[in-house]
Design a binder for this molecule. Sequence first.
Ligand code: FES
Ligand code: FES
Length: 156
Amino acid sequence: MATIQFQLNGTATVVDTDLDQPLLDVLRGRLGMTSAHFGCGAGECGACHVMVGDRAITSCDMPMWSVADKDVVTVEGLGTAERPHPLQRAFISEQAMQCGYCVSGILISAATLLKRNPFPTETEVRAALDRNLCRCGSHNRMVRAVLRAAAELAAS
Ligand code: FES
Ligand code: FES
């Protein structure tokens, strides 16, 4: 066991944990951040994406030791029901989901893209979402939603 400190959605957070415990387990089981989902558990589906620094990473295979002193953002930190992030509004407007299981991971990938590239092309959006699998086949709507959010942010 060790004490790990990091920023979670802008709040200083401390947990006593095994150093090799996956970040996803701590987020969901200990810290009540249930937006990131367990899918494959092997770093291949993107359902568990969270933002660490300026990268979208798979939290199912990210050991706790590697997030010490880092900034971690989950969907809970993107927006709220009262004040949704432009991406969340756009996903609703475009009806860019079916079962929704993959969507939080996709929102994190998209938010990470817009953070480093506020004016992405469709090709860049598709590349940014390439690591996120969606069994429901909603990718085209999701790409439209990300482009819609980017346009809204650019106009604001
Ligand atoms: S659950 Fe982490 S990549 Fe699939
Ligand atoms: S909306 Fe169902 S897996 Fe993506």
